[in-house]
Write a protein that binds this ligand. Structure first.
Ligand SMILES: *Cc1c(COP(=O)(O)O)cnc(C)c1O
Length: 353
């Protein structure tokens, strides 16, 4: 079979989606499945829906139109603040978008009126991640400014954690978010239907905290796809962590003893691990295909270096991998996202155990 390729187990993705939809559903939290790391691949989106997730979200309109063209009809939200240049497509394909700018909401409303529809808006509030969001103190005045824009319906509020800062949401911050929800509803005489409390980084809080407060939705990508909690990288009990495996082919394998006076050692390019090892192999895969820092190699193989089209690995013993052999590599979220969007990586689907 062709390499490099991503082997994608749809059954495991479906089971992960089912586990999370069921576990969070039992405490009153809806799961919105986030498809951005798989470029909105329709087969993967369908596996998530078959697992019992009822809504999807993505950060790129190209991914969303791909899912719509494949016949996916469930609600899909745009979770990145809409680009003004894409407003029409967003209103056409998404029932809902997450927003932080009045100018954008005005244009969404204008496009919705032309299309004779209503577009739902969820206001993103910045609870400390310092990526997108209205600051909590500005939320009420923002609501008063936007809620009468024709063509727009204010559906709720949301927040996001651990994306830019890597800081997971604490119980205290989640309580603050609930409090803000209460206060804002009261002071603006509004009822929020959707209170979207975060992403996969919220799962330890959602699964173990006894009080979910006002949060009634989480937007989950990484945990459904990779079975891990993003901040610690740890496996979430009950989820598969091997739904995706990257297969790379060995294109060169040679014993290259490195003398201690090798100029690259003096120049600081080669560490001790290179000197003691004897077999250096090259994989037909590179920076153009994935995020090399997010790869986990099998036991006995260590990463040495990477260029656009080559990954050099070192093996502790004499080579066990001949030219043409396949190496199975695990990926983190950023390596997965890049591999999914790389045209030279074949996507190969299975439903096996
Ligand atoms: C990517 C993203 C998510 C999903 O995050 P995961 O860590 O994949 O669960 C949720 N919300 C927003 C705004 C995002 O950008």
């Amino acid at each position: 079979m062709a390499t490099p390729r991503l082997e994608i187990n749809l059954r495991k993705i479906k089971e992960n989606a089912h586990f999370l939809a069921h576990t969070l559903g039992s405490v009153g939290i809806n799961v919105t499945g986030v498809t951005k790391a798989v470029c909105g691949h329709p087969d993967i989106a369908k596996a998530i829906l078959e697992g019992g997730v009822k809504e999807l979200a993505d950060s790129r309109i190209s991914n969303i139109t791909r899912m719509r063209l494949a016949g996916i009809e469930c609600p899909i939200s745009m979770i990145r603040s809409p680009l003004l240049s894409e407003i029409n497509l967003i209103v056409r394909h998404c029932e809902t978008s997450y927003n932080t700018e009045i100018a954008v909401i005005e244009q969404l409303g204008a496009a919705a009126r032309i299309l004779q529809t209503t577009h739902n808006v969820i206001l993103m509030v910045d609870m400390g991640d310092l990526r997108e969001g209205i600051t909590p103190k500005d939320l009420n005045s923002f609501i008063l400014k936007m809620r009468d824009i024709p063509g727009i319906s204010l559906m709720g509020i949301g927040t996001n954690f651990a994306c830019l800062s890597g800081l997971p949401p604490s119980i205290e911050i989640m309580n603050e978010f609930s409090l803000l929800t209460d206060l804002s509803e009261r002071e603006t005489a509004t009822t929020f239907k959707r209170i979207s409390g975060g992403n996969s980084a919220n799962l330890p809080w959602a699964i173990h905290a006894c009080k979910k407060g006002r949060t009634n939705d989480l937007r989950i990508g990484e945990a459904i796809l990779l079975g891990v909690e993003p901040v610690s990288g740890e496996k979430i009990e009950g989820l598969h962590t091997d739904a995706f495996v990257l297969i790379a082919e060995v294109i060169e394998s040679k014993i290259k003893p490195i003398p201690t006076d090798h100029p690259l050692i003096a120049a600081g390019y080669l560490g001790k691990e290179n000197i003691s090892s004897i077999t250096r192999s090259i994989l037909g895969l590179g920076k153009q295909d994935t995020d090399p820092e997010g790869l986990e190699f099998p036991d006995g193989i260590n990463f040495s270096g990477v260029t656009s089209d080559h990954i050099v690995v070192i093996e502790k013993e004499t080579s066990s991998y001949e030219v043409g052999s396949e190496i199975h590599i695990r990926l983190n979220y950023s390596a997965l996202a890049r591999a999914m969007s790389a045209p030279d990586i074949l996507k190969s689907f299975s439903l096996s155990q």
